[in-house]
Design a protein around this ligand. Structure first.
Ligand SMILES: C[S@@+](CC[C@H](N)C(=O)[O-])C[C@H]1O[C@@H](n2cnc3c(N)ncnc32)[C@H](O)[C@@H]1O
Length: 477
């Protein structure tokens, strides 16, 4: 589908040349500002960066226009960029009408944030690269795939990442304005995406993808918050439920879907049961991580601030209305997490729903992929004939108390210092089992020894080993 761009393609190409010539890239801007001013800018403090960009060179002009939101003299702007479509006149000079910034090896076009244009955002605001964007991009599996879909592409950040390992990228958004920005992002970076307008999976109905990613408008509330990037128009967590229910329908065999989601914790309902209901009968493996939980007051305040609504005269009314809605809906808290679905073809799909609140090693995507691989390796197998080894960096921590015969171990924890950094309390039998997994003996032999020493039968040993393999404490050889 042909999507309007913010500027014609030929102008976009001249703009990319000008950005390149000026050295307006991640390295160039870091060299220009230095570490301190860069750090200050990341904290929302512009002054050090303003002081570092007074020379009038093209890279300074571009940095001031797009990263600092200043109005620059017309002559300096003309020298820095050949395209006026992304600027607006302001007195004798020009200022940016959009955000255009280096990100990794790319440039990304989005709307200006509240840091440079204070006040409530426009309802069709197109978000730039934010912390949720990065969370998803770090969690995404980066194996080579044929086809990938970025649902709710916005500025195109996920599509950029997908372009590195997907043969073809389709990107959708309900907002034509977002698609125009994504199109310019693609063009500036010499990429070509199939951009489609429409609601959720509607634009790709009947198609199949090897990888689907989405950072959807997951914010939970009455459904009428009014900002398209944040509020889906559906009340509560319905947008996430709907996406999860529909996503398997567009997954190719072996395909993956990864999305960020929020869900409510309701009075009288376990959040795990709520998610299990969403995943029931989908026919795909699923791994749900709850990373954080916020109470309703924290949550509403966070998202009101995100859209610049703190400065609005209606702030307190909107805040109160949101809390009223939470109270009426029986919402006690809101969970935030990552959902990964895999059309593995398993006859009985595995569904795991758990808290993953520890600090994980980034990028986390490869560790997610490893988890599914380990699951495949052991799910239907009789483990008795398999040799298992320990994760190479595995540690056992012991807590001991003084007793009549010296120190007596009272608690033991397995700990992985890398990867997902799981830790788990284990009893002496499990500690002995893990110690015995040196890759030399099949599990059946070990199980016989454990049965004699600790009285656990072979079935129990297999169940324990499956859990230890899933979490990566043990590795099938
Ligand atoms: C949180 S932003 C994510 C943008 C970008 N993908 C990222 O990772 O930062 C959500 C995006 O979904 C789009 N969106 C909102 N409602 C949608 C819907 N019903 N169908 C498709 N896209 C939608 C918004 O316009 C916005 O671009």
């Amino acid at each position: 589908m042909l999507t309007d761009s913010l500027v014609p393609d030929a102008e976009a190409d001249r703009l990319a040349d000008a950005l390149r010539t000026a050295g307006y890239d991640a390295r160039g801007v870091l060299d220009l500002l230095g570490e301190d001013a860069t750090g200050a800018l990341a904290r929302g403090e512009r002054v050090p960066a303003l002081r570092a960009t007074t020379g009038g060179s093209p890279v300074e002009t571009l940095t001031r226009l797009f990263l600092l939101g200043t109005t620059e003299p017309a002559a300096a702007v003309r020298a820095a960029m050949p395209v006026s479509g992304l600027l607006e006149a302001d007195g004798d000079g020009f200022r940016a009408a959009v955000d255009l910034r280096p990100y990794e090896d790319w440039w990304v076009v989005s709307d200006l944030g509240t840091d440079v244009r204070p006040g409530p955002l426009r309802p069709d605001h197109v978000l730039g690269v934010g912390s949720a964007s990065i969370t998803l991009s770090q969690a995404t599996l980066r194996r080579p795939v044929g086809t990938a879909l970025d649902l709710g592409t916005g500025c195109g950040v996920q599509a950029l990442h997908l372009s590195r390992h997907a043969g073809a990228v389709t990107a959708t958004d309900v907002l034509p304005r977002a698609l125009a920005m994504a199109r310019l992002t693609a063009r500036l970076n010499g990429l070509d995406w199939d951009l489609r307008a429409g609601d959720l999976l509607e634009p790709v109905r009947g198609e199949r993808f090897d990888l689907v990613v989405s950072n959807p408008p997951f914010v939970v509330g009455p459904g009428d918050g009014g900002f398209v990037y944040r509020d889906s128009g559906l009340a509560g967590d319905e947008v996430c439920r709907r996406l999860i229910r529909q996503a398997p329908g567009v997954l190719a065999d072996g395909g993956w879907c990864q999305l960020l989601a929020n869900w409510v914790h309701r009075d009288g309902e376990r959040w795990e049961d709520r998610l299990a209901g969403w995943l029931d009968g989908l026919g795909v493996d699923a791994w749900v991580w709850q990373r954080e939980v916020a109470d309703p007051a924290q949550y509403a305040a966070l998202w009101l601030a995100d859209a610049g609504e703190r400065r609005s005269g209606e702030y307190e009314d909107r805040y109160a209305r949101w809390l009223d809605w939470f109270a009426a809906a029986g919402v006690e808290a809101i969970g935030f997490g990552l959902v990964t679905l895999h059309r593995s073809g398993a006859a009985v799909p595995t569904v795991r729903i758990e808290e993953v609140t520890q600090q994980v090693e980034e990028p986390v995507g490869p560790h997610v992929a490893d988890w599914f691989d380990r699951l495949d390796a052991v799910r239907d197998a009789d483990l008795a004939g398999i040799r298992f080894g320990r994760a190479p960096d595995l540690q056992l921590e012991q807590v001991a108390s003084p007793g009549p015969e010296g120190w007596a171990v009272t608690a033991q924890r397995l700990r992985q210092p890398h990867g997902l950094r799981w830790s788990a309390t284990v009893d002496p039998a499990v500690a002995a089992l893990v110690a015995g997994c040196d890759g030399n003996r099949p599990l059946g032999e070990l199980a016989t020894v454990l049965e004699l020493a600790y009285g656990i039968d072979a079935g129990q040993v297999q169940r324990i080993v499956r859990g230890l393999v899933e979490q990566g404490f043990l590795i099938p050889h």
